[in-house]
Ligand binder design. Structure first.
Ligand code: NFE
Length: 508
């Protein structure tokens, strides 16, 4: 049986997935990104500082990460050191944005793969939001609408949580999550000036002055958010993980994980550790020019693999080749030292755990592992990815509160650049919500951008086959999956969503 999901809903952007199922097993999978924009082309010739604003327009979910990566690339090119407040305040903006994004992913985008929404019809309490929601779901279910399909009706049969008390708790938290995300967005806004697309992150730091009232407001919001993350989000993910324990064995991909540094500590170390692990052996450190992007199966004339900034431009194939060749996506296939890798929160947890450098993370992971009777290897799975986001979120909110308390009140975390640079290159590496993000900048005469390249988390994860015909990370997660009921193949969407794809980012 051949199955096409197009578009995959409840993700960011437009992804098409084709799978072939034989004897209840997925035997082939293709991930296709159907849209191309050309933001890197658009950057050429502009002043180098515009990269921080323009690359944020890649996406509304992770603009903070593009702002940071662009600023880091420029700071690398110009050899600029950030002062103490610059580091802390940047953490406080990007960390809050990450939290909003993790919450969005679990409740809004993924939880409906697990919750039985019909349980709301059994609700007899007096919570106004729950009652309104009950009315809405009832109306949608009885509408018989097929297209556009009603938001909350069930697409698959016999696959959701059967305990209605548990469903009602999840639905209640689903609704409360909007308020939690709003708090995170307000935290972003205090020092980012607006969300999305912050205006205060600049090469040299961050331009908002940390006044006492701003810091107090930030800390109060962060404390409220911590309450939700620890007591609701983490607990919900843990409960879903216990209920669907078989999903620690489903969606296993390649055993290769790549992470970049993120959230700097004042001693120069980072909260999560950069490196590459293969078969659960970790090597610290990253060599960005070991990245090669292949376009053998992408709609570009430049077949083969190229290192960042090696190509001046990419050219789309002619219409005839577009329609008749084996090429199937606009996404190139990045490889690290020749390996397909998975990036994202599970990679952060696995690599940081293996590095042994963050005792708090190892303690949390060990406790969960003994409670669920799993090991670090099981984080390479659908449920491992959800759990990783919750673990990372708990750690981030604690760090944000700590960082806010360490800020020197009234001291600007920004150093003004003196004059435009000429003929320098730089690399900015960070972790976006969906994983390792790299920006490469080549600055020509008088600060004009000669070349720019972004290697983005979802590009790693939804990558097509490479020059050796080796499938990408998500394709590998799908291939080999056993489908319990071919008429209700929910395993496929659960696997796809566990990687939190953003196609707006993947092909930019
Ligand atoms: Ni458009 Fe992005 C991806 C993330 S890159 S959401 O992929 O996270 O900063």
């Amino acid at each position: 049986m051949k199955l096409t999901i197009d578009p995959v809903t409840r993700i960011e952007g437009h992804l098409k997935v084709n799978v072939e199922i034989k004897n209840s097993k997925i035997v082939s999978a293709k991930c296709s990104a159907d849209m191309y924009r050309g933001l890197e082309k658009a950057l050429k010739g502009y002043d180098y500082l515009t990269a921080i604003q323009i690359t944020q327009r890649t996406c509304g979910c992770c603009p903070y990460a593009h702002a940071e990566a662009a600023a880091l690339a420029i700071e690398d090119a110009l050899q600029i050191e950030l002062n103490k407040n610059a580091k802390l305040l940047r953490n406080m903006v990007i960390g809050a944005y990450k939290l909003k994004d993790y919450l969005l992913h679990f409740y809004t985008l993924s939880s409906l793969d697990f919750i039985n929404i019909n349980s709301i019809l059994e609700y007899n309490g007096n919570d106004i939001k729950m009652l309104e929601f009950k009315k809405y779901v009832l109306k949608e279910i009885s509408s018989k609408k097929v297209f556009p399909s009603p938001l909350f009706t069930q697409k698959y049969k016999n696959v959701y949580i059967e305990n209605s008390k548990f469903n009602l708790t999840l639905i209640k938290h689903y609704l409360e999550n909007f308020e939690a995300m709003k708090k995170a967005a307000e935290m972003v806004k205090i020092f980012g000036a607006k969300a999305p697309h912050m205006t205060t992150i600049e090469a040299g730091g961050i331009t908002t002055k940390p006044t006492a009232d701003r810091l107090i407001k930030y800390i109060n919001l962060a404390k409220d958010l911590k309450e939700f993350i620890y007591n609701k989000y983490f607990e919900d993910v843990l409960r879903v993980a216990k209920y669907f324990k078989e999903y620690f064995k489903i969606g296993k991909g390649v055993n290769n994980f790549l992470t970049f540094n993120t959230l700097q500590n004042l001693d120069g170390s980072y909260m999560f550790v950069a490196g590459f692990s293969k078969d659960f052996r970790f090597e610290e450190g990253v060599e960005p020019y070991e990245i090669v992007e292949y376009s053998n199966y992408a709609y570009y004339k430049e077949n083969g693999g190229y290192k960042p900034l090696e190509l001046d431009d990419l050219h789309p194939v002619d219409l005839e080749e577009f329609e008749n060749s084996e090429k199937y996506t606009w996404s190139r296939a990045p490889r690290y030292k020749g390996h397909v890798v998975e990036v994202g929160p599970a990679a952060i947890v696995i690599n940081t755990y293996l590095s042994g450098k963050n005792h708090k993370l190892n303690k949390i992971v060990n406790k969960i592992n003994s409670e669920l009777d799993i090991s670090i290897k099981d984080y390479n799975s659908v449920m491992g990815r959800h759990l990783s986001r919750a673990i990372v979120s708990m750690m981030i909110i604690d760090k944000l509160i700590e960082d806010a308390l360490n800020v020197d009140e009234g001291v600007l975390g920004f150093t003004q650049l003196k004059h435009p640079p000429s003929n320098v290159k730089g690399v900015g590496l960070t972790e976006a919500t969906r994983g390792a993000l790299a920006h490469f900048i080549d600055i020509g005469e008088n600060g004009y951008i000669r070349n720019y390249e972004m290697v983005v988390p979802t590009t790693w994860n939804i990558s097509p086959k490479d020059n050796r015909d080796i499938p990408g990370a998500l394709e590998s997660m799908l291939i080999g999956t056993h489908i319990k009921d071919e008429n209700n193949p929910i395993e496929i969407s659960r696997i796809i969503r566990s990687t939190d794809p953003c196609l707006a980012c993947a092909v930019h």
